[in-house]
Ligand binder design. Structure first.
Ligand SMILES: Cc1ncc(COP(=O)(O)O)c(C=O)c1O
Length: 454
C-alpha cells in the first residue's frame, strides 16, 4: 500500500487557505496525491513514490514532462529578459501564427489566449456575431471549458439526464452553480454520432454553431462514426451555422494538422490548447479568415472583442514554437513513435484482458487510450452509462496506482502516452495490469460485487 501521508498533510494545510485544499478542483481525486517532479514519462510525489504517468497534465505533456528542447527555448526567452511588455506585438507571436497556419489545414489565421476555455468562449462569440443567432449545440459527454455556455453535461449521472432520447434534447446538467437560466436556455445538448438530433434542434431554434470535440476525449475515446463529421459539415453549410472543432485535446496529439487533417473535414473555426505548448499554458482560436476577421470588423457593432493581459505570454509562446518545431521534425518522427507505443499497449491489453472473465473494450486513437469495461466501442455517452462498469474501473485505476502506474483515478478518463514513454514503460504497465486483474478478479464474488453501475 502506497503511503501518501505528506500529500494528505499538505492538502489539510492548504484547506486553511484554499477552498478544497487544491487549486482547480477538477484536480481533486481519491487518492489525492501531490506531485512534485515530472521527468519524461515519470512523476514523483511528495512521499517519494514514483509512477509511470498517463495523466500527462490532463493530456498536455505530449512530448513528456520537462522536455529539454522546450525548456531550453523557455530559458533562452527568459534570459533575453523577454517577459511581458504589454504593448504591440511580440516578435514571437507572428512566428507561432505562421507555424500554426502552415500546420493546420482549416486555419488561415489565429488569435492566442492562455487557456482552452478562453478559446472556446471566443469561438462561440464569433459564431454568434457572424450569424446573428444565439443558440448553440454541444455534445452530451463533451467538455469544452468552464464558461457559462459549455459548463454542463460532462460525466453526468443517469438520474440527471435521463435515458437516451433520439432525436431530441437532453436536460442541461450544469457542472456549476451561478449560471443564469437565460444562458442555459440557449444551449442544446445532443447525442454524439446522431445527425437526426442536430436536425431536430435546427427545426426549432436559430443555431449559431455546433461546437464539438471531433473525438469525445473527456469520456475516454468515443470516435465519430463514418460520415458523421462530414454530415455536420453539410448541415452547417445548408443551414448557415458554424462548425467548430474543439481540438484542445485532439489537436497536435493525433497529428500536426489536428484531427481535422485525419478526418478530412474542415471546420469553420477550431480551438486548441494543451499539447500545443507541451505543458505551458496556451490556447488558440483559429480558422477561416472570413470569421477570424470579426475580431477586426470595420463595423463596431459586429466587432468581437479579444483581450487578455497575458495572451501570447512570451515564455509560453516560445514553448509552443519549440513544440511545433519538434513535432514537425523528421529527426524525431514523434507521431510514428507514439503510434507504435500505442499499438503495443492496445495489443498487450487485449491479450491480457481476454484471459479474464470480464467485458472490455480498449479504445485508442494514436497516443490516447481508454479501457472500457463493456463489450463494444462506445458510440456516445449514454452507451457508456448504460454499459460501462464504473465501479470496476475505479478499483482498477486505484490498484494500478498502487503498482506505480498513474491514470487519473476517475472512471473513463483518457490515458495519454507521451513521446518520452519507452517500450519498457509499456511492458511494465502491461505486467502491472495483469497483476491488478489477477488481484481484483481472483475473489470469487468480485464480478458480482462490481456489477453495480452508476
Ligand atoms: C476538449 C477540451 N476543450 C476545452 C478545454 C478547456 O481547456 P482549459 O482547461 O485549458 O481551459 C478542455 C480541458 O480539459 C478540453 O478537454
Amino acid at each position: 500500500m502506497n503511503n501518501w501521508q505528506k500529500s494528505k498533510e499538505l492538502i489539510e494545510e492548504n484547506e486553511k487557505w484554499i477552498p478544497g485544499g487544491v487549486v482547480s478542483l477538477n484536480r481533486k481525486s481519491e487518492p489525492n496525491i501531490c506531485f512534485t517532479k515530472g521527468t519524461g514519462s515519470h512523476v514523483i510525489d511528495l512521499d517519494n513514490n514514483e509512477y509511470i504517468d498517463y495523466q500527462a497534465g490532463f493530456a498536455a505533456s505530449f512530448l513528456g514532462h520537462n522536455d529539454p528542447d522546450i525548456n531550453e527555448e523557455v530559458r533562452r526567452t527568459l534570459e533575453n529578459q523577454h517577459i511581458l511588455m504589454g504593448a504591440g506585438p511580440t516578435d514571437l507571436e507572428g512566428e507561432l501564427a505562421h507555424l500554426f497556419c502552415d500546420a493546420i489545414p482549416g486555419v488561415e489565421s489565429i488569435q492566442v489566449t492562455t487557456t482552452g476555455s478562453e478559446a472556446t468562449y471566443h469561438a462561440i462569440r464569433i459564431a454568434r456575431a457572424a450569424t446573428g443567432k444565439d443558440h448553440i449545440i454541444i455534445m452530451q459527454g463533451g467538455y469544452n471549458g468552464w464558461h457559462n455556455d459549455v459548463a454542463c453535461n460532462v460525466i453526468s449521472t443517469k438520474e440527471a439526464i435521463g435515458p437516451r432520447v433520439s432525436p431530441g434534447e437532453y436536460p442541461i446538467d450544469s457542472i456549476s452553480a451561478g449560471i443564469p437560466e437565460s444562458s442555459k436556455h440557449l444551449v442544446h445538448v445532443i447525442n454524439f454520432n446522431d445527425l437526426d438530433s442536430v436536425e431536430y434542434v435546427l427545426k426549432r431554434y436559430d443555431v449559431a454553431c455546433i461546437l464539438l470535440e471531433p473525438i469525445l476525449q473527456n469520456i475516454g475515446i468515443v470516435k465519430p462514426r463514418e460520415g458523421y463529421l462530414q454530415g455536420l459539415r453539410k448541415l452547417a453549410d445548408k443551414h448557415g451555422f458554424l462548425l467548430i472543432f474543439d481540438e484542445v485535446k485532439t489537436g497536435f496529439r493525433h497529428a500536426l494538422g489536428g484531427y481535422q487533417s485525419i478526418c478530412g473535414v474542415t471546420p469553420d473555426l477550431s480551438t486548441f490548447g494543451k499539447a500545443v505548448a507541451n505543458g505551458y499554458p496556451l490556447g488558440v482560436i483559429g480558422g477561416k479568415k472570413e470569421y477570424m476577421d470579426y475580431f477586426i470588423h470595420p463595423d463596431k457593432e459586429k466587432r468581437v472583442l479579444i483581450a487578455g493581459t497575458f495572451n501570447a505570454f512570451p515564455l509560453t509562446t516560445a514553448a509552443a514554437i519549440a513544440t511545433i518545431k519538434k513535432l514537425s521534425s523528421d529527426k524525431y518522427n514523434v507521431y510514428e513513435y507514439v503510434e507504435n507505443l500505442g499499438r503495443s499497449l492496445e495489443k498487450g491489453l487485449n491479450e491480457i484482458f481476454k484471459n479474464f472473465d470480464l467485458e472490455f473494450f480498449v479504445a485508442r486513437q494514436g497516443s490516447a487510450f481508454c479501457t472500457y469495461f463493456m463489450d463494444h466501442a462506445p458510440i456516445d455517452f449514454h452507451d457508456i452509462i448504460d454499459h460501462h462498469d464504473f465501479d470496476f474501473d475505479r478499483k482498477y485505476r486505484l490498484e494500478l496506482i498502487e503498482q506505480g502506474v498513474f491514470n487519473f483515478p476517475l472512471p473513463i478518463k483518457q490515458g495519454s502516452i507521451s513521446f518520452a514513454h519507452t517500450p519498457e514503460d509499456i511492458d511494465y504497465t502491461l505486467e502491472s495490469t495483469e497483476k491488478v486483474l489477477k488481484k481484483l478478479l481472483s475473489k470469487s464474488d468480485s464480478r458480482l460485487a462490481v456489477k453495480n453501475k452508476v
